[in-house]
Design a protein. Structure first.
Length: 114
């Protein structure tokens, strides 16, 4: 029995392409100090975007929807005690999860990437 090829090809050509998923970056706060603000910018630009929701509790996580036009971003974190940290040139396409945090010490807070 011979199966006609033409109907299968036609069916294949009429299926719409799948929509590309919005790229995301999962941020894990691996420290004791809550993050009160998170912003990101495509590396090499000064166009900063704020993370929706804005804060990530100590040992919590948040997900950032990234623009699909870039893979490499600078990510800026502000912690509860107003200390800021910036991670430069993070490739979110190759590394979709970033773990970072600060340890709060008795004599004051000190920045310490996890």
């Amino acid at each position: 029995m011979r199966v006609p090829v033409f109907p299968m090809v036609f069916l294949f050509l009429t299926i719409p392409p799948a929509m590309a998923a919005t790229p995301t970056l999962t941020l894990v706060n691996a420290g004791e100090s809550p993050m009160t603000a998170v912003a990101f910018a495509p590396t090499g630009t000064d166009r900063w975007f704020s993370m929706a929701g804005g804060s990530i509790s100590a040992y919590g996580k948040g997900v950032v929807a990234l623009p699909g036009s870039a893979c490499v971003f600078d990510v800026r974190f502000r912690f509860e005690d107003k200390v800021t940290m910036t991670v430069k040139a993070w490739n979110a396409c190759k590394n979709p999860v970033m773990e970072i945090g600060r340890k709060v010490t008795t004599g004051g807070a000190s920045a310490k990437p996890a």
